[in-house]
Design a protein around this ligand. Sequence first.
Ligand code: GLN
Length: 192
Amino acid sequence: MARVGVLALQGAFAAHARALARLGHDAVLVRRPPDLDGLEGLVLPGGESTTQLRLLDHLGLVPALERLRLGGVPVLATCAGLILLARRVTGPAQPSLGWLDVDVARNAWGRQLESFEAAADPPRDDLPLVLIRAPRVTAVGEDVEVLAAYAGEPVLVRQGAVTGATFHPELTDRLDVHREVFGAVTPARALA
Ligand code: GLN
């Protein structure tokens, strides 16, 4: 079992904690710097990135997050979490931590498609995507691997230990993305 932190300031953190528990991990809700001590992984959930950014600053969490990152633990950032970690943010622009060498445009799917469900492009077309006022990844650096796409655009990207999703894997029953990032402790039989 790994101790995996879930940033729990705002947004969809509870569903991430449930997904981690189903894989046999110990999900630790993170609200203040000491909560990050001894973690072996981290999830930055979706929600409202501007609010999350303000709370991170206010609670003094950024230096502790940076220390955790230097330890090289696996990190999964979904939707607003991805916006927090991007190199550059537009629509509107805001500061970000720059852990992932991608540019993201916030709320960029337009009104008709503001929130929608879809399947990822082949070969990942068995991966269900739930997109809620999702960002679009508009540029990826050369060290960034695109793990899944939708309509030809990256929706799941990885750079070293950091994985970012524009969608919400925690809002489906599927554990693929959490398993890809953190592994599973529970025997596969028990997950059916
Ligand atoms: N639109 C939100 C933002 O810009 C992200 C939405 C989400 O996390 N589902 O922060």
